[in-house]
Design a protein around this ligand. Sequence first.
Ligand code: DOR
Length: 450
Amino acid sequence: MAETFDLRIMGGTCLTPSGRIETDIGVRDGRTAAIGDLAGASGALTIEAGGLYVLPGVIDTQVHFREPGSEHKEDLESGTRAAVMGGVTAVFEMPNTSPMTTDRAALDDKLDRAAGRAWCDFAFFVGATAENAETLGELERSPGCCGVKVFMGSSTGGLLVEDDETLARVLANGSRRVAVHSEDEPRLLERFEIAENGQDVRLHPQWRDVDVALIATQRLLRIARAAGRRIHVLHISTAEEMPLLAENKDVATVEVTPQHLTLTAPECYDRFGRRAQMNPPIREARHREGLWRAVADGIVDVIGSDHAPHTAEEKDQAYPASPSGMPGVQTLVPVMLTHVNEGRLTLERFVDLTAASPARIYNIANKGRIALGYDADFTLVDLGAERVISDDWIVSKCGWTAFDGMTTRGWPVATVIRGRIVMREDELIGEAAGEAVLFSECLPSEARRP
Ligand code: DOR
């Protein structure tokens, strides 16, 4: 009798750990159950993937959805909808929400809110503070928690760990990798008058200058090494930090964003004004080149979007009252595939940065590769498709993107999460059935698998 599957993905070029293979994939009970010729098998559903690339599901390990949200503000439903429309299969949400995610009740509340509303799989960071430092070791093991997040410099929201002593206390409690926003708060305060007096968003990279980032990363590496604690340094924006991070790869992994790899100052501020304002800032072209060099050299581990979907009205406030951050979860895949097509990275490196490395550095139990037994999460892409990104396509409540008008080559055409097709050809399909991501360092005692 013919083998039967819940879903067969036929004839795509699959990016597997063994290389690119033109083959079929069979899915059963949400997991990859067969890789090979499945022409003789049957499937309840079939995707004809000839001419497409089948990638392990793209994991965006830095988004800000800010549940509970409102009519105009992004929430877990709209944010995860944007994710799957852009080919993203799992997201890690940051804790600078209102209320802040700094205790078990707030983490549990997020899990409750995500149930039946999240379109993709999800996990939540717990935010470090001077008050909760001693409880972080326990908090980081909560269900659905991807780890601790530290803000060394203030950004959106009130989370802040500004001094070395508190940072050392935070890093001394717990064992999982700690994600860090590395900007130096004392120097930010010292220089704030540049922004305040100038009232011009083009001053943003001067206020939050190279030394703001470099000094914080130097402090962070020193304290992490002393504590013997793994760290993940988020959204690196300067060429200067990269050699330092390269010397410390035993303790530090590194994230860059598509926007820092694509946009440059001052052009982005001339064109997009305060919509291009984010922390740390978009800087001059030499930094973008330094980041690309670090991608090529293997210093960079992960691409995260830092999706921060402030509304157009919020962004219209006069600088520096205008909030920092731009949406990005929906545009990560087409923007980065365009760089693939333009020869800046290979498709294999894209998979490494968006699936294999997120799984490796956060110890995700069962995602990040196309392999038997793993969750059947796939991002199907048409590498030849030419499209123009436009505000109309953005399903985030903010309804805008700093990539509006960009001609892209390479487009996500289907999103499959644990065997369910949730996006096909720009159409949302089925229902919001995202689940909490499992981590191998803290599996629940009754994990999904025996
Ligand atoms: O620009 C930013 N916006 N950078 C951050 O680190 C936080 C984010 C936000 O939450 O809006």
